[in-house]
Design a binder for this molecule. Structure first.
Ligand code: E4P
Length: 215
């Protein structure tokens, strides 16, 4: 499983990218709004930091409007992936965009049939929302694993992005469930990497080093 960062904050992106573990970025209208900056300027700056798929979402609800917006946004940079909501109109837009070789990430997926339909419409990625599903006492990880099983059974190349990740446990369980990618908020990425025994171990090594005779 690969890691994308789920943010529009360029400082977080720069810091995470320095480790080499992030190979793409996902944004959504909420994450863009949080930064208080122009949408286009933000996305273009992100493309200059990470050389990988950068998801930017349309806001139209009709297929025609989605396609129009998608064509505009996709022209900003070759790495841009257009995020399309999982609706009937969204499927129509994905169908048109896939024929134009514009990559899509179908977002707000909450059942395996939606994922299968998105894949058949030509989606490059589908994004099951693990955390929001779990919030309503459903099993977000089972959703990822069902989609992974179906895609593997039917030889579907659409990639699964485990989205709406809230905890390090979501990340590890998504990997085990067969997600191709987890898109992880910066805070969760930091939590994933830290372990108290690692910190204690470093402290002890440094303390013991003090007693090594120095010439
Ligand atoms: C995915 O692409 C979305 O941007 C994101 O994961 C949504 O997460 P949230 O449910 O924490 O808002």
């Amino acid at each position: 499983m690969k890691f994308f960062l789920d943010t529009a904050n360029v400082d977080e992106i720069r810091e995470a990218a320095a480790t080499g573990i992030i190979c793409g970025i996902t944004t959504n209208p909420t994450l863009i709004a949080k930064e208080g900056r122009d949408f286009k300027e933000t996305i273009i700056e992100i493309t200059s930091i990470v050389d990988g798929p950068i998801s930017a979402e349309v806001i139209s609800l009709e297929a025609e409007g989605m396609v129009r917006e998608a064509e505009d946004i996709a022209a900003w940079h070759p790495n841009i992936v257009i995020k399309i909501p999982m609706t009937w109109e969204g499927l129509k837009a994905v169908n048109v965009l896939s024929k134009k070789n514009i990559k899509t990430n179908v977002t707000l997926v909450f059942n395996p049939n939606q994922a299968l339909a998105a894949a058949r419409a030509g989606a490059t990625y589908v994004s099951p929302f693990v955390g929001r599903f779990t919030d309503i006492t459903q099993d977000g990880i089972a959703l990822v694993s069902d989609i992974a099983e179906i895609f593997s059974l039917h030889d579907i190349s659409t990639q699964i992005i485990a989205a709406s990740i809230r905890t390090p446990m979501d990340v590890f369980e998504s990997a085990r469930a067969g997600a191709d990618i987890a898109t992880v908020p910066y805070k969760v990425l930091m939590q994933m990497i830290k372990h108290p025994l690692t910190d204690i171990g470093i402290e002890r090594f440094l303390a013991d080093w003090e007693s090594v005779p120095k010439k």
